[in-house]
Design a protein around this ligand. Structure first.
Ligand code: BMA
Length: 314
């Protein structure tokens, strides 16, 4: 059998997983779903979701000069949930980081006792964080800001869930003048009610990536099976100036749980990307949670990803 093109786009780092619970300087259960960005001097920064042994998640910074090896991990949690706040009672999870000048804006899931919701943080140094706002009431998660404004407004991609005749979990886009008041809500991508890999739920992965062809977005798709959920990642491209317009959505997933560390762990069968970094040679380094246990790295050429989306429409 020939390997499908969709399976050849990403190359896993042979030393995966790059970060595991046993690398941590303090006792944890799992380390996964990191947001990724570059520091002022070009270091790779991963803000990693860390699940402690009570089950609650906090965020901890890991930094590396080459983004692959020699990770320096903060000796203590970098950002703990404020359990006095209703929104963060049961933890903070799955950060996606964008940069505006020297300010980093982080969308993440805050887990309230009424369900998960999307909240925003700001930091300049990954030491001091300001809690900016919550984007909507529960249930909502899987959110990322765009790294630019559109006509003076911030834009966010998020994934509210509605329980109507059946649970509806689609990707939405909303706009705000000030990161506090959100409106002009629109559905951007729908989960496919079918047998497809993205039939049950979909949600944004890393922040949208600017390219000459438009905004490249990666999203995860969930397929329910008799053996549990499978989490895979696929691609779409949005109009460069009007991000509510989807130019293309690829039919097949481009990264799915195949390696042993993606198939074995706390939640088997999960790849969950929350961060990517584009290098000067047009390679993208994708950082993803594997099996809700550890962190994997895979690389791809941005041109190949774009060519694939436009030539394999859903
Ligand atoms: C999603 C999120 C992720 C998690 C995934 C698989 O709903 O909660 O944090 O990695 O499920 O368990």
């Amino acid at each position: 059998m020939t390997t499908p093109r969709s399976a050849q786009l990403f190359t896993r780092y042979p030393g995966n997983p790059i970060l595991s619970p046993h690398d941590w300087p303090y006792t944890v259960n799992a380390v996964f779903n990191p947001g990724a960005t570059l520091g002022p001097d070009g270091e790779t920064l991963l803000l990693v979701r860390v699940e402690d042994r009570s089950g609650i998640s906090h965020l901890t910074l890991a930094r590396s000069d080459d983004g692959v090896t020699n990770w320096k991990i903060d000796p203590r949690p970098t950002l703990m949930p404020q359990t006095s706040r209703f929104e963060e009672l049961w933890g903070i999870e799955d950060p996606r980081i964008v940069r505006f000048g020297d300010e980093y804006l982080i969308a993440h899931t805050a887990v309230s006792s009424a369900g998960p919701l999307v909240a925003l943080l700001s930091t300049r140094d990954f030491r001091d964080f300001e809690r900016l706002s919550t984007v909507s009431p529960p249930e909502n998660k899987d959110a990322s800001l765009f790294p630019v404004k559109f006509d003076g407004r911030y834009a966010i991609i998020h994934r509210p869930v509605f329980y109507g005749y059946r649970a509806e979990a689609h990707i939405w886009i909303s706009f705000s003048p000030d990161l506090r008041h959100w409106g002009d809500h629109k559905i951007l991508l729908e989960s496919r009610h079918s047998v497809h890999w993205d039939q049950e739920k979909i949600g944004i992965g890393p922040p949208p990536l600017w390219t000459n062809e438009g905004w490249l977005i990666m999203f995860h798709g969930v397929k329910g099976t008799a053996a549990g959920a499978l989490y895979r990642a696929g691609l779409a491209v949005l109009d460069p100036h009007e991000p509510t317009r989807v130019l293309a959505r690829a039919d097949e997933w481009v990264l799915g749980p195949e390696a042993e560390y993606e198939r074995t762990g706390d939640v088997p069968g999960v790849v969950f990307p929350c961060g990517w970094i584009r290098d000067d040679d047009d390679t993208v380094r994708l950082y993803y949670g594997a099996a809700d246990t550890c962190v994997g790295l895979a690389t791809a050429r941005v041109d190949d990803l774009l060519e694939f989306v436009f030539s394999h429409p859903a």
